[in-house]
Design a protein around this ligand. Structure first.
Ligand SMILES: Cc1cc2nc3c(=O)[nH]c(=O)nc-3n(C[C@H](O)[C@H](O)[C@H](O)COP(=O)(O)OP(=O)(O)OC[C@H]3O[C@@H](n4cnc5c(N)ncnc54)[C@H](O)[C@@H]3O)c2cc1C
Ligand SMILES: NC(=O)c1ccc[n+]([C@@H]2O[C@H](COP(=O)([O-])OP(=O)(O)OC[C@H]3O[C@@H](n4cnc5c(N)ncnc54)[C@H](O)[C@@H]3O)[C@@H](O)[C@H]2O)c1
Length: 465
């Protein structure tokens, strides 16, 4: 069956539905194709279910130390793991239903369930249907990368998707990869009561961050009993009776441990290998990410790529911003660009790590004179009152322009407090704007003016560290 549309959107993740909505409001006839669950990774196996699970883990951790707050609990507080999973499924399920309902309610939108693949430029096949359009928007996201068969050793390894179906708490969870996915799951499962061992190759966890940030995070996790092995090499799994043996060091100091489950959190790959991109002239890079320009046009006329599949961002907010960029250029004659975006993200360990702009390492490498301001969370009143004194606030400021160039906030409420600084960066104003502001007491944010008011040269400060 042949059908023609003004546009085709492939994927209903974080960019596709919002774009379909804008196009529908502009009177376009649009086909939206989704092969799996509406809402994509964030809604079904990413941000939403994991943050619901982090919230349950937070309650478990608080109950564990309730006496620190003067609260005694009679009897044992217990984690009901199936109930934790049922809660996250309810939250993520209703979000997915919401996306589907939203899409189906848009005038001029045809929702098609199935796998879309290019047959030729402007022609896509979904099962028996052939869809034609001069404009195609690819929003296919990514999936967890897989361990090579010789490393997996025949063991069933979990990833962020299959883990969502667990109905029993793992006795001992081995986590390969100590970054976003690995550390969020590691901490929550430890808090639910699993033994957890994280394996990270290289010198430190969260390798994108400064070494002292990684150390502080590692100490926090280890205090809760998460075991962390860095510098792993020759990693390999094998079955050992009812257990899984995970080898993580070879040679003279060879080492391995036995666990019951293994989560692979070693990164993601784009869903671009089964799209027929070779039939429509869309170029990908060596890792399969679709090459795009600053306004998200691919190498083929009339085809755009948005979200994780273009390799220009790996977050929900960057995917959504991709929608904004495409819609602004297409419908509003507003030349928004990816390069206008300031790097910003949060790692949802507890306490969270919020990061914007550049790190200390990047500031030093840039060669530009930079100032640093820091304050431990133990000197932030709100953190002390909440019994959450771990971490620190750190800002980096260009010594000449007095503009903020980066911030690392590791601590309670950091994911919210960082937005005052992110807004300052987008406003392109000097730090005096925040420094002279009167912030609400008692908040974590109220200390930001203080930190910005006590800056010292970065080079001298790093020499002291
Ligand atoms: C465990 C985990 C936790 C995360 N937590 C956070 C967080 O806290 N904050 C944050 O900002 N980001 C987080 N992320 C990242 C975030 O989920 C992604 O960046 C975001 O979902 C990317 O959106 P997207 O629209 O590019 O793709 P996706 O959300 O992956 O959507 C792509 C959609 O396309 C569909 N599709 C693929 N190929 C085809 C095809 N050929 N035909 C039809 N449909 C197709 C897929 O089924 C999917 O529904 C997390 C990721 C993971 C894995
Ligand atoms: N809070 C958030 O915003 C959030 C949460 C989860 C995921 N995400 C997104 O999902 C994406 C994927 O996250 P991720 O943590 O899977 O990938 P990642 O690429 O961020 O980290 C992978 C980690 O695994 C390590 N690693 C790779 N191979 C290894 C091996 N053989 N042995 C030991 N360690 C190994 C890497 O050094 C790295 O630390 C991220 O890019 C992120 O954008 C975001």
């Amino acid at each position: 069956m042949d059908e023609t549309f003004d546009a085709i959107v492939i994927g209903s993740g974080q960019a596709g539905p919002a774009l379909a909505d804008r196009l529908s409001q502009a009177g376009w006839r649009v086909a939206v194709v989704e092969r799996h669950r509406f809402g994509g990774t964030c809604v079904n196996t990413g941000c939403i279910p994991t943050k619901a699970m982090v919230a349950s883990a937070h309650v478990a951790a608080l109950l564990h130390r309730s006496q620190d707050f003067g609260i005694s609990i009679r009897g044992e507080a217990e984690v009901d793991f199936p109930a934790v999973m049922a809660r996250k499924s309810r939250i993520s399920g209703s979000s997915s239903e919401g996306v589907e309902k939203w899409l189906r309610g848009m005038p001029g939108i045809t929702v098609i369930q199935g796998h879309a693949r290019f047959e030729a430029p402007g022609v896509l096949r979904v099962g028996e249907r052939l869809l034609h359009s001069e404009r195609v928007f690819i929003n296919v996201g990514g999936r967890a990368s897989e361990l090579a068969p010789d490393i997996r050793g025949g063991v069933d390894v979990l990833n962020n998707s299959s883990l969502m179906a667990l109905d029993r708490l793992p006795e001992h969870l081995g986590v390969v990869g100590g970054s976003y996915v690995g550390l969020e799951f590691a901490q929550m499962f430890r808090r639910y009561g699993s033994r957890v061992t994280v394996l990270q190759r290289g010198a430190q966890i969260v390798p994108r961050e400064d070494a002292d940030v990684a150390r502080a995070l590692q100490e926090t996790l280890e205090r809760e009993g998460v075991e962390i092995r860095t510098g792993t090499e020759c990693f390999a799994l094998r079955r050992e009776g009812a257990h899984i043996a995970a080898r993580w060091r070879c040679g003279d100091d060879q080492d391995e441990f036995l666990c019951t489950h293994v989560l692979n959190a070693t990164g993601r790959r784009p869903n671009t290998d089964d799209l027929g991109l070779d039939r429509c002239g869309v170029e990908v890079d060596e890792r399969g990410f679709i090459r795009v320009d600053d306004q998200l046009r691919t190498s083929a006329a009339g085809i755009w790529a948005l979200g994780d599949c273009n390799g220009r961002g790996a977050f929900t907010h960057t995917a959504y911003n991709d929608f904004e960029i495409v819609a602004a250029n297409l419908l509003d004659a507003d030349p928004r660009r990816v390069s206008d975006r300031i790097p910003a993200y949060a790692l949802y360990t507890d306490p969270p790590l919020a990061r914007i702009g550049i790190t200390v390492g990047e500031a030093l490498a840039s060669g530009r004179p930079t100032l640093i301001g820091e304050r431990p969370m133990s000197r932030v009143g709100r953190a002390v009152q909440k019994g959450e004194e771990q971490g620190f606030l750190r800002v980096l400021v260009d010594a000449q322009t007095r503009h903020l160039v980066g911030a690392t906030l590791l601590g309670v409420e950091a994911d919210e407090a960082v937005h005052a600084l992110l807004t300052l960066m987008y406003a392109r104003q000097p730090v005096a704007t925040v420094q002279r502001g009167v912030f609400i007491h008692p908040t974590v944010s109220e200390l930001l003016p203080t930190v910005l008011g006590a800056l010292r040269p970065l080079e001298a400060a790093t020499a002291q560290h």
